[in-house]
Design a protein around this ligand. Structure first.
Ligand code: NAP
Length: 313
């Protein structure tokens, strides 16, 4: 089945939902599809306390609020609709769905976010779901009173590492360098938590176990070390979901889509917002800003196409 819209949004995190709210409120026929439930990275975050105006809210609750808010303005939201391809067919941008259906529009906003980066060490994939996890909010409660390793040195590792101390008896944060890139406030909180311990200048080599994870092997200053743990949480960044684009769009070395100030990619009629876009940081506030800009730009684009069509009719 083919359906036609003014705007199709791929991805239902804060960037996509903000784009959807604005586009629908500007009276564009807008549909948003997400392969899972609404929320994107909000669903992997316990507590949000850096979204201006809201001093503290659960990630899940903010996702529900953003979805309800966008629906109020008429956004057509379709959850559990995986997208297989985003393509160009003449003047139309085509979003192909796993269901076999197609959504077509002159404007597509890519808000597809990304997936956790893998460490690429032996044992990681074997023990995924059996002690190896990429989401503290989803899996933390399975590790009551266990000793855990958290791998990474960015905001996610420090924030999620601290979060895991609710359940774990000890959390060892293992980082490959001597200093963290995480925000100082997150570092300070982790340091103040007696259940958190830091293993610096340590390169993880293997995750081992027998049916489930039992230890992590790492190398520190040339010395092989082994740390017994019940689980390993990996937070080493993100791989952008830009490869659903079947047409070439400019991107950086890591696959993040590059845009101009209106969030336009190098492909006319395709915008990129949020975590799939090359930018300094991945914050809810910046994602929402991206989505807003893209919706306003896409609205002007769709209007100019409609004006042209009317003039030539
Ligand atoms: P990130 O900032 O890219 O940090 C990734 C960390 O993993 C870095 O410390 C990096 O080490 C390490 N790493 C990367 N590849 C590795 C490998 N192969 N082996 C071992 N370590 C590796 O990623 P993130 O922490 O997931 O954060 C992503 C974005 O989300 C950031 O923009 C962040 O600000 C944002 N975020 C914000 C919050 C918040 O504001 N509360 C919370 C979570 C995430 P090096 O330092 O040596 O490169």
């Amino acid at each position: 089945m083919r359906e036609h819209f003014d705007v199709v949004i791929v991805g239902g995190g804060p960037a996509g939902l903000a784009a959807g709210l604005y586009a629908a409120r500007m009276d564009l026929r807008t549909v948003l599809v997400d392969r899972g439930p609404l929320g994107g990275q909000l669903l992997n975050t316990e507590l949000i306390e850096d979204y201006p105006g809201i001093d503290s809210i659960l990630g899940h609750d903010l996702a529900v609020k953003m979805g309800d808010h966008a629906r109020k303005f008429g956004l057509d939201i379709r959850e559990f609709e995986p997208v297989t391809e985003v393509d160009v067919d003449g003047d139309e941008r085509v979003v192909r769905l796993e269901s076999g259906n197609e959504l077509r529009a002159p404007a597509v906003i890519m808000a597809a976010g990304g997936l956790p980066r893998k460490l690429g060490v032996p044992g990681e994939l074997d023990f995924a779901g059996r002690g190896v996890s990429y989401c503290a909010v989803c899996d933390g409660a399975f590790f009551k009173n266990e000793v855990l390793a958290v791998i990474g040195g960015g905001d996610a590792a420090l924030e999620e590492g601290e979060f895991l101390t609710r359940y774990a008896s000890k959390v060892h944060i293992i980082h490959r360098r001597g200093e963290f890139r995480a925000q100082p406030i997150l570092q300070d909180r982790a340091r103040a938590n007696p259940k958190v311990d830091f293993i610096m200048d340590a390169q993880v080599r293997e995750i081992v176990g027998n049916g489930k994870t039992t230890a992590v092997k790492y190398e520190s200053h040339g010395e092989p070390m082994e740390l017994p743990v019940g689980g390993v949480f990996i937070f080493i960044g993100f791989i952008p979901n830009s490869d659903v684009l079947k047409v070439h769009a400019d991107h950086d070395a890591e696959g993040y889509l590059t845009t101009d100030r209106e969030m336009r990619t190098s492909v006319p009629g395709i915008w990129a917002v949020g975590d799939v876009r090359a930018q300094l940081t991945k914050q809810i506030a910046t994602a929402v800003g991206d989505g807003t800009t893209a919706a306003v730009s896409a609205s002007a684009y769709v209007s100019s196409l409609k004006d042209k069509a009317r003039a030539s009719a």
